[in-house]
Design a protein around this ligand. Structure first.
Ligand SMILES: [Zn+2]
Length: 508
């Protein structure tokens, strides 16, 4: 026995006392799920065998099957007229591009090392290219980087981002708008120079754009334009092209590529229902959601093949959902529960979006969504609730954490815009009050980035399963308190989703 385990047993003892004196929590909910159960779920979901649970892969299917079998074993009902726990979602998955060439001026760019095609309609394309700065068109600010340029039928080259900022996420969000802009201008191809000097991010770019990223079949559209991303860390090429353009020197470009082909693949949202005990309140549903997909396999920073196990993201949340399913199937709250294990969160919240567009319980009957998702944790005394102070359920969320020896805190990294980056937003958009329950973190710092979308996000024996269990039981306790409360929660006055709330529930 080591010093740490003696210490943690003392802490456990103290916390058990705290629960006894916490009168507003009706059960000893800190024991709803045992550490052994939580560990089993997490270690299965994060096992190498599931190969990172990427949407549309067998490992993702196996995770869905595991969740459904847990629902079945615990006698969770299938919702509405469903004869299965699965809601199939069709995705178009691009076949992997394996080769290609891109020549810009005198530079021959190596496939993958220097460029990756994101969409290919014309396999062979060459001509003089037009350099269009950052390629931004924004009607709100009346900015048009194409002003005075004719790019119809031409190859356009732009540089990453909207300005000299090095923010990766903003830059990529802008990429998709630039694609739309170039397409609207009638360009034949868009080459975006990724100018950040960051080979690790470049590695991620390659794996995302090479062709592994599925899109919703129900919402996909064909893009007529070639779209390529090229690595230009240090901006040498961007500066030369800008000078060429200023001097009106021509920029010869040629590309030889494999045309994009897609296959239809299926993945599933997993759904279950637990009927509430109160004749009136049971007509209201609380939606408990967690995404079970992750980002699959790829190359780590040191260039080695790796599995992104996704223990924290979002094996922890899925474990919480499974624990809630088991606990509430045996002891339902007054309100009914709709359980949703979402697929395809990592590729753009697509599973929850699909469900929100194809609900099995009308949204107006769903009074709250408690989503659980997270990047990781750096403080095991906390639960971080993204949107904690945005709904009137705040005291119940705080009480639930407290009953399990934890403290609920607000999102410490508003600059990350986390509220709008998980599945809760698919429901908030409809007006449903919808915070995200996350493992405790005090900042998006190195301790988080060590695991966030990294190969290190595993659930080995050194994982803090004691914390996992408290986290899971806090989620269960919060569900109990909200499920039994006399008043249903609402957005706090003035929230940006309040108007949608009023429309959804028919309030003036
Ligand atoms: Zn993630």
């Amino acid at each position: 026995m080591n010093v740490y385990s003696t210490f943690s047993r003392t802490v456990q003892f103290l916390c058990a006392c705290a629960v006894v004196f916490s009168l507003s929590v009706p059960y000893l909910l800190s024991q709803a799920a045992t550490e052994a159960e939580c560990k089993t779920h997490l270690q299965f979901l994060a096992s190498d065998k599931l190969l990172g649970r990427m949407t549309g892969t067998p490992g993702n299917d196996e995770a869905a099957r595991y969740i459904a079998e847990q629902f079945r074993a615990n006698k969770v009902a299938m919702p509405g007229s469903m004869k299965t726990y699965f809601q199939p979602v069709a995705f178009l998955k691009r076949r992997l591009t394996t080769s290609g060439s891109l020549i810009i001026g005198a530079d021959t760019l190596a496939f993958e090392r220097r460029f990756v095609p994101a969409n290919v309609q014309a396999a062979l394309l060459s001509g003089n290219a037009v350099f269009a700065g950052f390629g931004v068109v924004d009607s709100a600010t009346k900015r048009d980087d194409y002003a005075g340029l004719d790019v119809k039928g031409k190859i356009v080259i732009v540089q990453f981002g909207e300005n000299d900022s090095t923010e990766v996420r903003k830059g990529f969000n802008a990429s998709f708008r630039k694609r739309e802009a170039a397409e609207a201008k009638g360009a034949a191809a868009l080459v975006e120079l990724f100018t950040l000097e960051n080979p690790v991010v470049w590695g991620n770019v390659v794996s995302i754009f090479k062709g592994s990223r599925p899109e919703l079949a129900s919402e996909s559209k064909t893009h007529p334009m070639n779209w390529l991303i090229a690595y230009d860390g240090g901006k040498k090429m961007a500066m030369k092209l800008a000078a060429d353009a200023a001097q009106k020197r021509s920029i010869a470009v040629s590309m030889k590529l494999e045309p994009t082909r897609s296959d239809t693949v299926f993945s599933n949202n997993v759904l279950g229902v637990i009927k509430g005990t109160d004749p009136t309140l049971s007509q209201e549903y609380i939606l408990l959601s967690a995404h079970y997909d992750h980002i699959g396999t790829g190359k780590s920073a040191d260039g080695k093949d790796t599995i992104y196990n996704g223990a924290r993201d979002n094996g922890m949340g899925t474990t919480a959902l499974l624990a809630a399913a088991k606990h509430f199937a045996a002891k339902p709250p007054k309100r009914s529960l709709l359980l949703l294990a979402c697929t395809a969160e990592e590729i753009g919240l697509l599973g929850s979006h699909y469900y929100a567009m194809n609900p099995v319980i009308p949204h107006k009957n769903v009074v709250y969504n408690l989503n659980t998702d997270g990047a990781g944790f750096n403080d095991t005394a906390l639960v971080t609730v993204i949107g904690l102070d945005r709904t009137t359920a705040q005291p119940m969320l705080e009480e639930a954490a407290k009953a399990n020896g934890l403290k609920a805190v607000v999102d410490p990294a508003p600059e990350q815009n986390l509220f709008d980056r998980s599945d809760n937003v698919s429901f908030a958009k409809f007006g449903i009050p919808a915070p995200t329950f996350s493992p405790g973190f005090t900042a998006f710092d190195a301790a988080i980035f060590k695991y966030y979308h990294q190969q290190a996000d595993e659930a080995g024996e050194d994982f803090n399963f004691r914390y996992l269990t408290r986290y899971v039981n806090s989620f269960v306790t919060a569900t109990r308190l909200i499920g039994d409360a006399s008043q249903r929660p609402r957005w706090k006055a003035g929230d940006k989703y309040e108007a949608a709330f009023k429309t959804l529930y028919g309030e003036k």
